[in-house]
Write a protein of this length. Structure first.
Length: 114
């Protein structure tokens, strides 16, 4: 697939994952989200940036469990319950949070155990 973002053609595989991770930018994420019918809000961006930073530091993708444990405790008392925060994340990305966040963040496709 191809996306025209800011007069630059960006190539993805059939599922929307970037062929060249260096092509990622926020405008690409917005274009991909729009194609998928998702409007990105602050909570979406928080997760996208968390994944990008985690991947840069660790050269691996965070698991759902790791994400919920690390971010949930910072979201305040409403999300101190892991299940409540996990439910919130699934509300943002109902098709599969780790998969969708990786795609929007320009990261590799997660393996089944992620």
């Amino acid at each position: 697939m191809q996306f025209n973002v800011n007069d630059k053609i960006i190539e993805t595989d059939e599922q929307g994952f970037l062929l060249d991770p260096d092509d990622w930018n926020e405008d690409f994420a917005r274009a991909l989200a729009q194609r998928d019918g998702v409007e990105l809000y602050v909570d979406h961006w928080e997760l996208i940036w968390y994944f990008r930073e985690y991947y840069q530091e660790c050269q691996s993708l965070p698991t759902m469990r790791k994400m919920v444990l690390e971010l949930g405790k910072h979201r305040g008392p409403h999300f101190s319950d892991r299940k409540a925060y996990e439910k919130h994340i699934y509300g943002l990305f109902p098709a599969g949070p780790v998969y969708e966040i990786c795609k929007l963040a320009g990261l590799p496709m997660p393996q089944p155990d992620t």
